[in-house]
Design a protein. Structure first.
Length: 97
């Protein structure tokens, strides 16, 4: 039994097709998809079989196999530029003291 994920507009709650670029009801443009369970955000193609992070909308046995296959320990890391900006601000504050 294959279970397909459903997609809904975040603004109005209307069910939309996976490949829709905008909500047919309210017109909101879809730049990305957000998992309602873990708030993971990604492209629509990432969610073809459910949430790649938490397995939302996947049968448990499918997710447990996928989780071990797609192990990425740095998926929650901040972008590199955030660390550079923080370091720059720290140096700036130390110089002003």
């Amino acid at each position: 039994m294959s279970k397909k994920p459903s997609f809904f507009c975040e603004r109005c709650g209307t069910k939309v097709a996976q490949n829709e670029k905008a909500c047919p009801h309210c017109g909101r443009y879809f730049a990305s998809v957000k998992c309602p369970s873990c708030n993971f955000t990604g492209e629509s193609k990432d969610f073809t079989q459910g949430c790649p992070r938490c397995g939302y909308a996947l049968p448990k046995e499918t997710y447990s196999k996928q989780k071990t296959k797609n192990k990425n320990p740095r998926s929650d890391a901040l972008p590199f530029w955030v660390y550079l900006v923080a370091l720059f601000l720290l140096v700036l504050v130390l110089l002003l003291l």
